[in-house]
Design a protein around this ligand. Structure first.
Ligand SMILES: Cc1cc2nc3c(=O)[nH]c(=O)nc-3n(C[C@H](O)[C@H](O)[C@H](O)COP(=O)(O)OP(=O)(O)OC[C@H]3O[C@@H](n4cnc5c(N)ncnc54)[C@H](O)[C@@H]3O)c2cc1C
Length: 383
C-alpha cells in the first residue's frame, strides 16, 4: 500500500486513488491545502497497484531527448486574447473535437474557489478549459473517465501539468493509439488553500461573491499579465508585480512540496506535445512578438507531429533551436528552489489575518520599486 513518508514525494496526482480496486484511498487536504492519499488499512487488500502508478516510486533518467521546437501563435486574435500564450491549446483541441473526440482539461469550479478536470465534446464548450489556472487542480476520477472513453474507442485529448500526464500513463498501463496528451511546462502548482483564502478575502472586502477569474489577463500586455477578478459591482485587476497571489506564486512560497523536487522533469516527456509561453521571443523572432502572446511548442512524438501538421495552417510559426527555447524557460528542465521562508509562510497562512499575511509575503522593497520605476521611464523614453 502507498505510504508517503516525506511530503515532497507525492505530487497529488490522484492516480493511486483512481486505481485502487477496493476504494480504500481518499485524497485528503493537509494544512497547506494540498491533497495526499489517506489509506483505510482495514479495507486495503495489499494488491500493490497504488505503488505501481506512483510517479515518485518510479526511477527516471536524466538524459532528455531534444525535441523539435517551434514558436507559434494562432492567427485568430480573439482566441489568442482569451488564452494564456499563443492559443495553441485551443487549436489542438479543435483538431481533436472536429474529428469526433473528447478533450479533458482544467476548468475553474462553479464558486471560483478551486479547479478540477472537465470533459468537453464540442468546440463551443471549450472556453472553461482555456487559460492557465494557477493552483493545483483536483484530479477527482479523471483517469478512470479517460480510460473508459479510450476503451469505448473514442479519441481523447488529455491536457494538464506533466505529473498528471505521467499519472494518466501509469494508470492506463498500456499505450492507446486513440490517446493524445498535451502538457504545459510547469513552474509548480500553488496551494488550493491559499487561493480559496484569497478569494474569500476579496469577497469579504467587496461584500459580494466572485463571478469570474482570469489569471492571464492581457490588458497590460502578455509579458505584464494580470490576475483579473470580477464580481457584482467590482473588478480587480493587478499585475505580476502587485497582485499578492501572483507575487507569492512567482516567489515560490506557495508551491506544493514535491514541486521543488519534480520527478516529472526527469527523462523524456510522456506527452505528445509540450506547450508553454515563448519567453524570450523578442530576442529571436522580434517580428512575431506583438506582446499579445506566443506559444512555445515542442513535438515529442509522431502523433504530436500529426496534430502539429493539422493545425499549422491556422497559425504563424517558425522553428527555433531547442537550446534557445529551453534557456528562456528553465521550468522545463529544473524544479525551482524552495525559499527559506516557506514553512513560516504556511504557518502564517493558517494563523494570520489574510490582509496582514498577504502584505507580509508580497511586500516590494523600496529599492525594487525604484528599480521598476526607472525601467518604466527608460522604456517610455525608448532607451
Ligand atoms: C500551474 C501552471 C504553471 C505553469 N508554468 C509555466 C512556466 O513555468 N513556463 C511556461 O512557459 N508556461 C507555464 N505554464 C503554461 C502556460 O501558462 C500556458 O498554459 C501554456 O503556455 C498554454 O497556453 P495556450 O495559450 O496554448 O493555451 P491555454 O488556453 O492558455 O491553455 C490552457 C491549458 O492549460 C491547462 N491548465 C490550466 N490550468 C491548469 C492547472 N491548474 N493544472 C493543469 N493544467 C491546467 C488546461 O487544461 C489547458 O490545457 C503553466 C501553466 C500552469 C497551469
Amino acid at each position: 500500500m502507498i505510504s508517503i513518508t516525506e511530503n515532497n514525494e507525492c505530487c497529488g496526482c490522484g492516480a493511486c486513488n483512481n486505481i485502487c480496486p477496493s476504494g480504500c484511498i481518499d485524497m485528503v487536504p493537509d494544512d497547506e491545502g494540498f491533497l495526499y492519499p489517506d489509506v483505510d488499512f482495514e479495507k486495503c487488500i495489499d494488491c500493490g497497484l497504488c505503488e505501481k502508478v506512483c510517479l515518485y516510486k518510479q526511477f527516471g533518467d536524466d538524459d532528455k531527448k531534444k525535441p523539435d521546437c517551434y514558436a507559434m501563435k494562432a492567427m485568430d486574435n480573439e482566441l489568442r486574447e482569451n488564452s494564456s500564450s499563443g492559443g495553441v491549446f485551443s487549436l489542438i483541441s479543435y483538431d481533436i473535437l472536429q474529428s469526433g473526440g473528447f478533450v479533458y482539461g482544467v476548468s475553474m469550479d462553479e464558486n471560483n474557489k478551486s479547479c478540477s478536470f472537465l470533459k468537453v465534446g464540442k468546440c463551443e464548450a471549450l472556453n472553461p478549459l482555456r487559460g492557465s489556472k494557477y493552483l493545483q487542480a483536483n484530479a477527482g476520477e479523471v483517469y478512470k473517465m479517460v480510460k473508459s472513453d479510450l476503451d469505448n474507442g473514442n479519441k481523447v485529448l488529455f491536457s494538464g501539468v506533466p505529473c498528471q500526464i505521467i499519472a494518466l500513463k501509469l494508470f492506463l498501463g498500456k499505450e492507446y493509439d486513440n490517446l493524445y496528451c498535451v502538457e504545459v511546462i510547469c513552474h509548480g502548482v500553488p496551494s488550493p488553500l491559499l487561493w480559496k483564502k484569497y478569494i474569500e478575502y476579496i469577497e469579504r472586502k467587496n461584500k459580494t461573491s466572485v463571478s469570474a477569474v482570469n489569471f492571464r489577463n492581457k490588458n497590460g500586455g502578455w509579458k505584464n499579465f494580470s490576475l483579473k477578478i470580477d464580481g457584482v459591482g467590482f473588478t480587480q485587476s493587478k499585475n505580476i508585480s502587485n497582485d499578492p497571489y501572483l507575487v507569492m506564486f512567482l516567489r515560490n512560497y506557495s508551491l506544493r512540496p514535491s514541486c521543488y523536487n519534480c520527478k516529472a522533469k526527469i527523462g523524456d516527456s510522456s506527452a505528445d506535445l509540450t506547450i508553454a509561453d515563448f519567453w524570450g521571443i523578442e530576442k529571436i523572432l522580434p517580428d512575431m512578438d506583438d506582446n499579445r502572446g506566443v506559444s512555445l511548442v515542442m513535438i515529442n512524438t509522431e502523433k504530436g507531429r500529426c496534430v502539429f501538421e493539422n493545425i499549422k495552417a491556422l497559425t504563424l510559426f517558425a522553428q527555433v533551436p531547442y537550446d534557445f527555447a529551453v534557456s528562456n524557460n528553465t521550468a522545463y528542465l529544473r524544479s525551482c528552489s524552495m525559499p527559506k521562508e516557506r514553512q513560516e509562510f504556511f504557518k502564517d497562512l493558517n494563523s494570520m489575518d489574510f490582509e496582514m499575511f498577504s502584505k507580509k509575503y508580497s511586500r516590494v522593497s523600496a529599492y525594487k520599486k525604484i528599480k521598476r520605476w526607472l525601467s518604466t521611464v527608460k522604456k517610455q523614453l525608448g532607451l
